[in-house]
Design a protein around this ligand. Structure first.
Ligand SMILES: NC(=O)c1ccc[n+]([C@@H]2O[C@H](COP(=O)([O-])OP(=O)(O)OC[C@H]3O[C@@H](n4cnc5c(N)ncnc54)[C@H](O)[C@@H]3O)[C@@H](O)[C@H]2O)c1
Length: 251
């Protein structure tokens, strides 16, 4: 059987690629022929993922909230010649109490999840304009659709990413750019982010499992399948969309 190589000759940037969903996406894009920039603030893990992928990957240290960091990524990697795919997968999750936590805890989550996504789009867009069908995929969450009691910053951030995605999709289309922009909204996925959250909030685990009709969480690869499809030209007419992949948890 011939291997599907939808990304041969294409360059992809994946933020948050040192771990979890970003790592699964980067691995899959490279397997389908892309040159992948593994971008993460965790240099040790990021370099390890790039080494595992091999010559199809390069690592760039990136702090998504820092515009200079994005500039260095653009100038210091293959992205300087153009980019076909941007997956904004860097993100953080933190339980926050409305009254007892400082406002900085709230704004930090918004900075990384929302401003970090915005800065990624801003930095990479000019390098996507010379491409035939470029695609951005932003990481939302089922949290963009529902409220919880202690994820006030995270839920607000994912609602914002959902609308940022629609805004940019229309922006690109009206300008005549061949750049698509979609959002993927996973339910709970087994990654370090979720392990860390349950380590600090052990009592929450059963409540979250109870939202899953199949009684289990997703694997990162099960989310990557959808992201990679949206990034590919198989999804050429798809932009501004919300794609939930949650095992039926929203019902
Ligand atoms: N795991 C889930 O259940 C779940 C569900 C819905 C949405 N998401 C979203 O998917 C994305 C990936 O999450 P994950 O579960 O793979 O998490 P993860 O913790 O496994 O990976 C996130 C990566 O982002 C990186 N990162 C964090 N802050 C950064 C910054 N300022 N600059 C650069 N890199 C930074 C981390 O170093 C890490 O490698 C996030 O946006 C998350 O909100 C996750």
């Amino acid at each position: 059987m011939t291997k599907k190589v939808r990304f041969t000759g294409k360059t992809a940037v994946v933020s948050g690629a040192a771990s979890g969903i970003g790592r699964a996406v980067a691995t899959r894009l490279a397997a389908e022929g892309a040159h992948v920039v593994i971008a993460d603030r965790n240099a040790d893990l990021g370099r390890k993922v790039a080494a595992e992928i091999g010559s199809a990957a390069e690592f760039a240290v990136l702090d998504v909230v820092d515009p200079d960091s994005w500039r260095q990524l653009v100038e210091g990697t293959r992205v300087r010649d153009g980019a076909d795919v941007l997956v904004n997968a860097a993100g953080i999750l933190k339980a926050i109490d409305l009254e007892s936590d400082p406002i900085e805890a709230f704004t930090r989550v918004l900075d990384v999840n929302v401003t970090g996504t915005m800065l990624g789009c801003q930095a990479i867009t000019p390098r996507m304009r010379n491409r035939d069908d470029a695609a951005i995929v932003n990481m939302g969450s089922v949290s963009a659709y529902v409220g919880t009691w202690n994820l006030i910053a995270y839920d607000v951030s994912k609602g914002a990413v959902r609308n940022l995605t629609k805004e940019l999709a229309i922006y690109y289309a009206r300008r005549g750019d061949r750049i698509r922009c979609n959002a993927v909204h996973p339910g709970v996925v087994q990654t370090s982010m979720v392990d860390g959250f349950f380590a600090e909030n052990a009592e929450e685990r059963d409540a979250w499992i109870a939202t899953q009709p199949h009684g289990k969480f997703a694997r990162p690869e099960e989310i990557a399948n959808l992201i990679v499809f949206l990034a590919s030209s198989d999804a050429r007419f798809m932009t501004g969309g919300d794609y939930v992949v949650d095992g039926g948890s929203l019902k």
